[in-house]
Design a protein around this ligand. Sequence first.
Ligand code: FPP
Length: 273
Amino acid sequence: MAVPQYDPCLAQNRHEAALLERLDPARLPRHVAVIMDGNGRWARRRGLERVAGHKAGVDAVRDTVETAARLKLAALTLYAFSTENWKRPLSEIRALMALIRRYLHEELDRIHGEGIRFNVIGRIHDLPLPVRVMLQRAMKKTAANRGLLFNLALSYGSRDELCDAAQALVNEAAKTGKKLKVTPEALAARLYTAGMPDPDLLIRTSGEQRISNFLLWQIAYAEIHVTPTLWPDFRRRHFLEALVDFAGRERRMGKTSEQVTAAPAPVAPFPKG
Ligand code: FPP
């Protein structure tokens, strides 16, 4: 049975308490990445505009960040706006940008108070200036925090990220005149996620089974959990269900089951700061 090391207030009902009981703290992922999907369908099913789904999705963001912080996960990455999302109607893009600003305005003190370090991954310079200003302020304010690393993926596209990393290597080689070898370590050190552990668990809501240009390099060995729950309905219970599912997986990383049982993979320390 799990050692009950969790915050006693974490479970809000019996179902969550039972899920927590099944969660071995030693088998929690260090980094969870989430593709938040289904906001539009959530709204349409209620006869509402798509933006109503995004607004409702903010409650799920709040709940998920709080759960990850209380479980003392090292990192949480939420996919909030992809490079492809710029193709959406301007009214929806504007509404999403306004929601991000409002979220930071309302939540930053709480995020900071919980010791969370806020960070953005993606082409931040593509975002409107008022959004950039708020994001920079949030990153600066929480930079010294040592709790959960909360990454918000904004104007994020994994192919762009990989191209940026490769370009950085090429530029450095040209500048220094040195021969730079392209290795997995050299490339990973130039990704937006440099220095962070790769996600161990990728959650996608709304039942779609796609990666959608999200962290293609970093999820090489992640376990994938797809839930039919639409993002605005995603709550602590669904997060805990995903973690219980993860804890039951055998992570072989190319080895045989026998090898893994004989010598479980060591957990590399997560560099803070
Ligand atoms: C995907 O659902 C969701 C998005 C593109 C945006 C996610 C944004 C939020 C959850 C709210 C704002 C975020 C923060 C951090 C304040 P979809 O619109 O593609 O849904 P559909 O597939 O049902 O159409």
